[in-house]
Design a protein around this ligand. Structure first.
Ligand code: NDP
Length: 314
């Protein structure tokens, strides 16, 4: 039985998971990585990545992830499809169940499940899901050629999505709830200079309408103040870009999470509160959420897992 216990089981296939797999396989930990629902992670829904060191001309998100995956495979990482549906971290040997049926045992587990797009919580978002509502401009932007779309959010993601869509659609509204953008200066400058992007500051979306597909959004400006006014905008597509929720539901009750659901790490390490369980990437980082940072955290997690195995003679 001893031989069936995986030394290092990695959950998640974004920059953190793949980097952990590169380090773990080079250290001969024979890692097994389960890719989850979105192999390649969020970067597979990004167009151009310009800030990942080593790519002076930029690289597409899918290409970057394909490169990381290939690098992990080169050193022998065992990369498998499969979604983690349950875990039991209560004993020294951890148990991880895949797709609700196969349970694997592992001495160390690295959680790199990332985060997922957040929605406003409007019933209309569900009603028009796939019928004009999307959280991924690069996936669905193509359908809105020469049409009018809205993007919600004021961060880098929203600005990136608005820029991307502005090259496809006729017009893009950027709906921002504050009187300013939170995005980096370079992204703000690009968005504000783009003639077919109209930024609606101080605005909240309160509903969507349309016969079958989205035909418009109900927007409230200066909500809750004396200047409050409601108006409709005619749109064909409605894109959410308001941040992310960590993918930790399956770990609740097993490891310590913060109030937002992100995994809490011990000091400057990748250790969770459970010995032998480590975390890396956006799932444990509500602050930076950058691919390069996730990759760095994946490296740390693999090194920490290796130390744990050595210290415990495993
Ligand atoms: P952020 O948390 O940075 O921004 C979220 C935006 O959505 C904010 O403008 C926020 O408004 C708004 N928002 C949140 N909830 C609501 C709501 N209920 N209604 C309306 N608006 C809402 O998330 P991002 O995904 O943009 O970015 C996450 C991290 O990733 C950041 O650190 C960012 O810099 C980074 N990033 C970097 C990129 C790059 O460098 N190429 C690309 C994409 C992301 P408010 O400001 O009022 O809170």
């Amino acid at each position: 039985m001893e031989n069936n216990i995986i030394k290092c089981l990695i959950i998640g296939a974004g920059p953190a998971g793949y980097t952990a797999a590169i380090y773990a396989s080079r250290a001969n930990l024979q890692p097994v990585l389960f890719e989850g629902m979105q192999p390649g992670g969020q970067l597979t829904t990004t167009s151009e990545v310009e800030n990942f060191p080593g790519y002076p001309e930029g690289v597409t998100g899918p290409q970057l992830m394909a490169d990381l995956r290939k690098q992990a495979l080169r050193f022998g990482a065992d990369i498998r499809p499969g979604v983690v549906t349950a875990v039991d971290f209560s004993k020294a040997v951890k148990e991880v169940t895949i797709n609700g049926k196969d349970t694997y045992q592992a001495y160390t587990v690295i959680i790199a499940t990332g985060a997922s797009a957040r929605y406003l919580g409007l019933p209309d978002e569900q009603k028009y899901m796939g019928l004009g509502v999307s959280a991924c401009a690069t996936c669905d932007g193509f359908f809105y050629r020469k049409r009018v779309v809205a993007v919600v959010g004021g961060g880098d993601t929203a600005c990136e999505e608005a820029m991307y869509l502005s090259n496809i659609a006729k017009k893009v509204y950027l709906i921002v709830r504050k009187p300013y953008l939170r995005a980096s200066q370079v992204m703000q400058d690009r968005v504000l200079a783009k003639e077919n992007i109209e930024v609606l500051f101080n605005c909240n979306t309160v509903g969507l309408f349309g016969e079958e597909f989205v035909e418009g959004a109900k927007v409230v400006e200066h909500k809750g103040t004396e200047q409050e006014r409601e108006f409709d905008i005619a749109i064909d597509g409605f894109f959410l870009a308001i941040g992310h929720n960590p993918n930790t539901a399956v770990f609740a009750g097993q490891i310590t999470l913060d109030q937002q659901g992100y995994i809490l790490l011990e000091g400057k390490t990748s250790e969770t509160n459970v010995k032998g369980v480590f975390a890396a990437g956006d799932v444990a980082d509500s602050r930076y959420q950058q691919a390069i940072n996730a990759a760095g955290m994946g490296c740390r997690a693999a090194l920490d897992a290796e130390s744990y195995l050595v210290e415990n003679d495993l």
